[in-house]
Design a protein around this ligand. Structure first.
Ligand code: LLP
Length: 438
């Protein structure tokens, strides 16, 4: 892995920081992010667009990992930001991210969230359905504020890990259906509203995609409809947003493409379609989440108890699990791990890594080959940077781990470890409320 090496103590080192020392200093579980890895991925996306000579925005999908420090970093890198809730928007504003580079997504934005976004002066509102469009119109009117709008449509291309299925009618909770004329109605409504400026269209075909073909199909599908909408409503898009979903390497079965190749394929498809249909080449926006932060993150755990079932399996339990990484339990996601304090030792046994939650499904990794692991050893699970902290939870009242950034070998704690006190701080005691217990 980039920036991962084994140091003279036989310890896993990430970008110059000894993970065993980090585990001692901060305790475990601990999320560790390699800043340089994130920077080089952001640069790769940007550079690919620069080379293609098209207008673009790369918006970090903050659902993958949102906190003040990561948003500050994305700002430093000149990226835009995709938020999908009042909470993500609040975090972005608190991080002083420039509002004009914030894009607001979601299939059920509430009037309060819409008002918050309009008041903040965000750069773009991605309209998902007629309900929120009606609210957006009323709120922009009431606040006398203009808003740029993208319409989210479902292009009938759904990309899953390795294949994509082209369907005539997309069955999805997101966006306007394009086959029934709803998207066209929405375009007309936005155009007719003086406070709204229709910038273009948005689509997102899926996640953890390892081929460019799905994106190319989406571009073709979208432009097919754009022709129709130009004829019917005179609509010519300034922006086509193709969403995120660029695949990363979680384990050895995953073979991600260089990030540039997605960009090149998209840009070429957009240029071709635009020229064939006599559209000006629009700006191309993308929204990577996982591809920016996923491989940069590593979770450190301490090994605890061990259960050997002779001839069957050895369970090694660690001090975290589905509370800090829900993905194995939710999606049967497969991860790799190394013994951080024994990274130079031969892998002599096969064990399964269990989390500490009271739930049989709380298994982080099945059948991992490792050096002999004992209580107190540090296990590093790699590629946990996306949808790890952001989907962390307090099941079993387990506290959320802290997050440490590594920049040029220096560690900086950017999210503190949650405490038991934090977890009970919103609770109200019946005694305090004065309720009758019986
Ligand atoms: N844009 C839109 C409109 C999206 O819905 C998503 C992800 C993204 C961008 C970013 O996708 P990415 O580049 O990160 O794949 N919790 C799941 C992922 C759900 C993603 C939902 N939308 C997981 O852990 O894999």
């Amino acid at each position: 892995k980039n920036n991962h090496r084994i140091n003279e103590h036989g310890h896993l080192e990430i970008n110059g920081a000894d993970t065993t020392r980090l585990a001692e200093k901060y305790g475990t579980p601990l999320y560790v992010y390699d800043m340089e890895d994130i920077c080089s991925r952001a640069e790769a996306f940007k550079q690919a667009f620069e080379e293609e000579g098209v207008g673009y925005q790369v918006a970090y999908a903050s659902k993958a990992f949102s906190c003040i420090a990561i948003i500050e970093l994305m700002d430093e890198l000149g990226l835009s930001l995709d938020v999908v809730s009042g909470g993500e928007l609040y975090t972005a504003l608190k991080a002083e991210f420039p509002p004009h580079r914030i894009h607001f997504h979601g299939n059920n934005k509430t009037p309060d969230e819409i008002e918050m976004a309009v008041k903040a002066g965000i750069g773009c509102f991605v309209v998902d359905n007629f309900n929120e469009l009606t609210w957006l119109m009323a709120i922009t009117d009431a606040l006398d504020t203009d808003m740029n709008v993208l319409l989210r449509i479902t292009p009938g291309v759904e990309a899953h890990t390795h294949e994509y299925i082209s369907t005539g009618q997309e069955d999805s909770k997101f966006g306007f259906d394009i086959t029934s004329g709803q998207a066209e109605d929405a375009i007309v409504q936005v155009q007719d509203h003086s406070r709204l400026n229709l910038l273009g269209v948005h689509c997102h075909i899926g996640s953890q995609i390892f081929e460019t073909t799905g994106f190319v199909s989406a571009v073709r599908e979208v432009f097919g409809h754009l022709d129709q909408w130009r004829a019917a409503a005179g609509f010519v898009p300034e922006v086509v947003n193709l969403g995120g979903g660029f695949g990363i390497r979680y384990n050895e079965d995953d073979e991600p493409l260089p990030l540039q190749s997605y960009v090149k394929a998209m840009v070429n498809a957009v240029k071709e379609e635009a020229s064939a249909r006599k559209f000006p080449v629009p700006e191309i926006w993308i929204e990577p989440g996982r591809a920016l932060v996923g491989e940069a993150g590593t979770t450190l755990y301490t090994v605890g108890s061990r259960k050997s079932i002779p001839g069957v399996r050895d369970y090694i339990s660690v001090d975290g699990g589905m509370t800090d990484n829900l993905r194995p339990a939710l999606y049967q996601a497969k991860y790799e791990a190394v013994a951080a304090n024994k990274a130079d030792q031969d892998r002599t046994e096969t064990v399964s890594i269990a989390g500490k939650c009271c739930e049989s499904g709380d298994m982080l990794i099945w059948d991992l080959t490792v050096p002999e692991l004992n209580q107190g050893d540090v296990l590093a699970v790699t590629s946990t940077g996306a949808y790890g902290y952001s989907m962390a939870n307090n099941y079993n009242r387990i506290a959320r781990p802290p997050v440490v950034f590594i920049r040029h070998g220096e560690d900086q704690c950017v999210i503190q470890r949650e405490t038991y006190e934090n977890m009970t701080s919103l609770d109200r005691s019946l005694k305090q409320i004065g309720a009758q217990v019986q």
